[in-house]
Design a protein. Structure first.
Length: 64
């Protein structure tokens, strides 16, 4: 995986995690532990995509 693809994947992870935190924060949940859990939970979607060998955009199924 080249540097450009790695940066794109990292940006996807970060956007998903921040969106999960922002959704909770905007709904009035400000507990840091809950927001940290939401951040981790937001990483699960992109992580599942990266581990899918049939997905060719990035991760295990990406063209080398």
């Amino acid at each position: 995986m080249d540097k450009k693809a790695l940066q794109a994947a990292a940006a996807t992870y970060l956007r998903a995690a921040l969106a999960a935190c922002a959704a909770l924060y905007m709904s009035g949940i400000t507990d840091p532990k809950t927001l940290a859990n939401a951040f981790v939970a937001g990483l699960l979607g992109p992580l599942a995509k990266a581990l899918n060998p049939k997905d060719s955009s990035y991760g295990l199924g990406a063209k080398k």
